[in-house]
Design a protein around this ligand. Structure first.
Ligand SMILES: Nc1nc2c(ncn2[C@@H]2O[C@H](COP(=O)(O)OP(=O)(O)OP(=O)(O)O)[C@@H](O)[C@H]2O)c(=O)[nH]1
Ligand SMILES: [Mg+2]
Length: 479
């Protein structure tokens, strides 16, 4: 990471606070509607579970125009704990809301977290808990679940474990979980969950790394934190948090940029440091803290028609890039699948009576009564199947392709590093429609099964990644 970039007001804040034992950090961008609840839960958790520590809550906001920071400033901790329990916190709970500076001209979730890391290091905290500001399902116990393993168990990194609806977390399910598991050998089910516990040691380690880039300043931050914790040999565990309920996103409509930032980051990290994964075979469980829960997370709408349509369109506009980044065998299969996606889209839209680019209500929801719903769309595409092994090869081909660019043998001419970055960005952008095809297949095949049963399909795919790791290694070494 580049040199410490704390602004004068943030320095003054640190001087005023002096020292803290534990920090809850909350990045935000236009979350006025939900952040008050998150702040109340975090404050209650700090008082209830860690009454003897010096706590501080830091909200790093993007300068949201919707009053997010005001909500944070005005949110008082609930008083029921002290009224009912004989708990008298030893120290006053400090709470600050600030506008974080950009990192090298880039703002985003990662830039917000970087300010949080710098403050945590400056205040010398032993544990930092970060939670998203759009959470509806956080309860005070999350603070204990994420910080307890650090403060009482000696762990350095606590990743979340939650029940998510079968169609939520598609970037996690299709890429970050199986790839992290196969590359580094740790079965961390939610490597980009957004809610983490980090030890003071690991925060200091993060601040010394030189792998921070523009994608990390945005949504690449979560996978960067997880990967660097694993690569640094830190003690890692998971915490069972129950359900993750947050602002829902339809993969086809909302997740393109996030996909590029997250997947760009995981690929770059893998390609830059092959010694971290070349020798690793198989995988092992990562211990989990917290009582198991039985919860049905609320459903999420997915427009699978749009997903197959974009897959097919991608095969036309991006065929040249696909040919550069995929192995010939993979390319051939992917092109066949994309053609099939187009045919199925045409059939399905005829049957459902939707035309051209109009694939139904925005977000795919049929709830408004306009256009087909999630299940109906998936049903109309019945039989569409993007196999696990093909998807694994696609991702492994990308690792190899990004490696070729990152460690390029061409002489470093002026601007070479920026043109390398542009090429990688182009590859990752061209992966998006293929990811859409893979997600469509997941939705279609799992439309009639429960979230628990769909979990078994995610595991099956993760095992396929492990099984095919020799394919990656062979191609990597053959370059
Ligand atoms: N400070 C800051 N925070 C951001 C920015 N973008 C997103 N965030 C915060 O990052 C957290 C996660 O963002 P979400 O948009 O909910 O993304 P997500 O939940 O990880 O994504 P999905 O699981 O795919 O839905 C939330 O607390 C956001 O407020 C940003 O530009 N600046
Ligand atoms: Mg969210």
């Amino acid at each position: 990471m580049a040199a410490d970039s704390l602004s004068a007001p943030i320095r003054e804040l640190i001087d005023r606070l002096g020292q803290a034992d534990m920090m809850v950090g909350i990045p935000s961008f236009k979350n006025a509607a939900t952040i008050g609840y998150v702040v109340r839960a975090a404050q209650a958790g700090l008082v209830q579970y860690f009454p003897d520590l010096r706590p501080v809550l830091v909200n790093a906001d993007a300068g949201s125009p919707d009053g997010t920071q005001r909500v944070v400033a005005e949110t008082e901790p609930p008083d029921y704990i002290e009224r009912i329990l004989l708990v008298r916190p030893t120290n006053r709970l400090e709470k600050v809301s600030l506008t974080y500076p950009e990192v090298d001209g880039v703002g985003g979730k990662g830039a917000a977290l970087r300010t949080i890391f710098e403050m945590a290091a400056a205040l010398n905290v032993s544990a930092l808990v970060v939670v998203d500001s759009d959470l509806r399902s956080i309860v005070p116990e999350w603070i204990e679940l994420l910080a307890g393993p650090i403060i009482k168990g000696g762990y350095d990194f606590v990743a979340p474990l939650y029940a998510r609806y079968k169609y939520d977390g598609t970037i996690t399910n299709t890429v970050t979980y199986p790839l992290t598991r196969a590359l580094y050998g740790h079965r961390i089910r939610q490597p980009i969950g957004g809610d983490f516990g980090v030890s003071g040691d690991l925060v200091r380690h993060y601040l010394k790394l030189d792998t921070w880039d523009a994608d990390v300043s945005r949504f690449g931050i979560d996978i960067w934190m997880t990967t660097e914790a694993l690569a640094g040999g830190f003690a890692v565990c998971q915490a069972r948090l129950g359900a993750k309920v947050h602002d829902p996103k339809d993969p086809g409509a909302d997740l393109g940029p996030m996909f590029r930032q997250v997947v760009g980051t995981i690929l770059r990290l893998a390609a830059r440091s092959p010694e971290r994964w070349l020798e690793i075979r198989g995988s092992h469980d990562v211990p989990a803290y917290g009582f198991e829960r039985i919860i049905d997370p609320p459903p999420l709408e997915v427009n699978s028609l749009r997903l197959v349509a974009e897959f097919q369109t991608g095969s036309i506009g991006m065929a040249d890039t696909w040919a550069e980044m995929l192995a010939p065998g993979t390319l051939e299969t992917v092109l066949e699948l994309a053609t099939e996606a187009g045919t199925r889209f045409d059939d399905a839209s005829r049957r459902l009576g939707v035309h051209g680019g109009d694939t139904g209500a925005s977000g795919g929801s049929g709830a408004g009564g306009s256009g087909p719903g999630t299940h109906e769309m998936a049903d109309s595409l019945a039989g569409f199947h993007f196999p696990d092994d093909v998807w694994s090869r696609v991702i492994y081909d990308l690792v190899v392709a990004v490696g070729r660019i990152e460690r390029g043998t061409e002489p470093v001419k002026e601007g070479a590093s920026s043109s390398r970055k542009a090429t990688i960005d182009r590859y990752v952008a061209a992966l998006v429609p293929i990811y859409f095809g893979r997600v469509a297949s997941f939705v279609v095949e799992n439309r009639d099964i429960t979230t628990d049963e769909a979990e078994e399909r995610v595991e099956r795919q993760a095992r396929e990644f492990e099984l095919l790791k020799p394919y990656l290694i062979e191609r990597w070494n053959a370059r």
